[in-house]
Design a protein around this ligand. Structure first.
Ligand SMILES: Cc1cc2nc3c(=O)[nH]c(=O)nc-3n(C[C@H](O)[C@H](O)[C@H](O)COP(=O)(O)OP(=O)(O)OC[C@H]3O[C@@H](n4cnc5c(N)ncnc54)[C@H](O)[C@@H]3O)c2cc1C
Length: 394
C-alpha cells in the first residue's frame, strides 16, 4: 500500500472542506481532500431546491444556534457573505436575492460546485473521492491515517464530515467518532430544519389539507418565525415550521397564527356588524384559502350565518386561528432534515482557527461543530467562514 505525506489532510469534501482546502492550497500547503462518496458535493447540488441558497446578506451571530452563541462571531467576521459574493462574481455566476437577504444562483447549484472545484484545482488541491478512513493515529505531532487508498501522514488534520442529515447521500457520524477518539465532548445531536409530524385528528386534518400553504407565524417559547407554512400528508412543513423545529423540544406545543396580519376577533366583529347574514365559511375565506376556512369551521362545528353564532364561539374561533396550539409527536428526523443540531462542543475549539485547543493540528469545521444556522443561507455561510479560518491556520 502507498504511503503519502501531506501538509494537510481534510476529511469531507463538502462546503466547509472545499473552502478550507482552497484557502490552505492558496497558502502553498500540500492538501489532500478526501471524501467517501462516489459523487462529490451532493448536498450543495440538492440545496435551495437545486439553486443553492449560498449565503444571506443579513448574516449575524443571532442567526445561529449553539451552546455558545459567541463562538461563531470571529469566523463570520473573518469571512463574510460579501467575501463569498466576491468569489461568486469573480466566477461570473448570476445570482439573485429571493427574499429576506437569501441569495440563490439564477441557474443552478452546479455553478457553485464548478466554482469550488475550479478554485481547488487552481490552488493545487489533490481530491480523492470514494476514499474512506479506517484508522487515525497521532504520534509526535503527525496524524497517521489508514485510508482505503493507502497510508497518509500530515501535521494537520481537518474533520469536515458534516452532520447526520440525509444519510442517503453520504452523511455519517464519522466526525463525532473522531472527536470522541480525541476525548472531545459532543453536544447531543438532533435533526433540525425538519418537518414536524402529528398523530390522530390533527394528522387527519393535515392529510386533508395536504399541499395547502399560507403565510403563518409559528412560535415556541420566545422564538417566532413568520414565513411560509405548509400542510403535508405527514404533518406540517414550510419555512416557518422548519425554522421552529430547530428550537422545539419534544413533548411541547407550538403556537401558530394562521393569519399573520389579522386580529380575527376584531375582524369577526366587524364582519358581523357589516352584514350578519354572511356565512361564516365565506367570511373566513376572505382572510385564508377557502379549503382551510371550511376545514376549521368543520372542526369547530360552525356553519351558517354569523348572526346565529354566539360571541363565545366566535372568540374560540379567533383563538383557533390566531393562537392555534398544536403538539407535534416528533419530526421527520435525519431522513429529511436540512441540518444536524449539536455536534462537537465549541468549548474545545479555538474560535479563531477551529483547532482543538488541547490537540495541536486537529481541526473541526462546518456542520460537525455545534453551530447551526437558521434557514436562509446561514448554514452555508458557516461552512464557508469556518472553512476559511481553518484554511488560514492549518
Ligand atoms: C436538502 C438540503 C437543502 C439544503 N439547502 C441549504 C441552502 O440552500 N442553504 C444553506 O445555507 N444550507 C442548506 N442546507 C444545509 C447545508 O447543506 C449544510 O449545512 C452544509 O452542506 C454543511 O457543510 P459541511 O461541509 O459541513 O458538510 P457536508 O456538506 O454535509 O459535507 C460533508 C462531506 O463529508 C463526507 N463524509 C461524511 N462522512 C464521511 C466519512 N466517514 N469519510 C469520508 N467522507 C465523509 C460526505 O460525503 C460529504 O461530502 C441544506 C441541506 C439539505 C440536506
Amino acid at each position: 500500500m502507498s504511503s503519502m505525506v501531506y501538509d494537510v489532510i481534510i476529511i469531507g469534501a463538502g462546503a466547509a472542506g472545499l473552502m478550507c482546502a482552497i484557502e490552505a492550497g492558496k497558502r502553498g500547503k500540500k492538501v489532500w481532500l478526501i471524501d467517501h462518496a462516489k459523487k462529490l458535493c451532493e448536498k450543495i447540488r440538492i440545496s435551495g431546491g437545486g439553486r443553492c441558497n449560498f449565503t444571506n446578506i443579513h448574516t449575524s451571530p443571532e442567526n445561529f444556534l449553539s451552546s455558545n452563541k459567541h463562538f461563531c462571531k470571529y469566523a463570520l467576521k473573518a469571512y463574510t457573505p460579501n467575501d463569498f459574493i466576491t468569489l461568486i462574481e469573480k466566477h461570473k455566476i448570476a445570482y439573485h436575492e429571493k427574499k429576506l437577504g437569501q441569495l440563490f444562483c439564477d441557474d443552478s447549484a452546479q455553478n457553485i460546485i464548478d466554482m469550488l472545484l475550479a478554485e481547488c484545482q487552481a490552488a493545487g488541491v489533490i481530491i480523492s473521492k470514494e476514499t474512506g478512513v479506517d484508522r487515525i493515529e497521532y504520534e509526535a505531532g503527525i496524524y497517521h491515517l489508514q485510508t482505503t487508498k493507502g497510508f497518509a501522514h500530515a501535521p494537520s488534520l481537518v474533520v469536515a464530515t458534516g452532520g447526520l442529515s440525509i444519510p442517503k447521500i453520504g452523511a455519517t457520524g464519522f466526525g463525532y467518532d473522531v472527536a470522541k477518539q480525541f476525548n472531545l465532548n459532543i453536544i447531543e445531536t438532533r435533526a433540525g430544519l425538519v418537518p414536524l409530524t402529528f398523530t390522530d385528528s390533527l394528522l387527519e386534518r393535515c392529510k386533508e389539507l395536504s399541499g395547502l400553504s399560507v403565510e403563518a407565524a409559528v412560535s415556541y417559547n420566545k422564538t417566532s418565525f413568520s414565513e411560509g407554512f405548509l400542510f403535508t400528508h405527514r404533518g406540517l412543513s414550510g419555512p416557518s415550521i422548519l425554522q421552529i423545529s430547530s428550537c422545539w423540544e419534544q413533548g411541547n406545543e407550538i403556537t401558530i397564527n394562521l393569519v399573520n396580519n389579522v386580529t380575527v376577533e376584531t375582524f369577526l366583529k366587524e364582519q358581523k356588524e357589516e352584514s350578519s347574514k354572511q356565512d361564516i365559511q365565506n367570511i373566513l375565506a376572505k382572510i385564508m384559502p377557502k379549503r382551510l376556512a371550511v376545514s376549521i369551521c368543520e372542526e369547530q362545528n360552525l356553519s351558517g350565518r354569523i348572526a346565529e353564532i354566539g360571541h363565545k364561539k366566535l372568540a374560540e374561533l379567533a383563538v383557533r386561528i390566531n393562537h392555534w396550539k398544536a403538539k407535534p409527536n416528533g419530526t421527520e428526523g435525519y431522513r429529511t432534515a436540512e441540518v444536524t443540531l449539536g455536534g462537537v462542543d465549541t468549548k474545545a475549539l479555538d474560535p479563531q482557527t477551529m483547532e482543538v485547543k488541547a490537540q495541536k493540528g486537529l481541526f473541526f469545521i462546518g456542520e460537525v461543530v455545534d453551530v447551526t444556522g437558521h434557514l436562509g443561507g446561514f448554514n452555508f455561510q458557516w461552512a464557508w467562514s469556518s472553512g476559511y479560518v481553518a484554511g488560514q491556520a492549518v
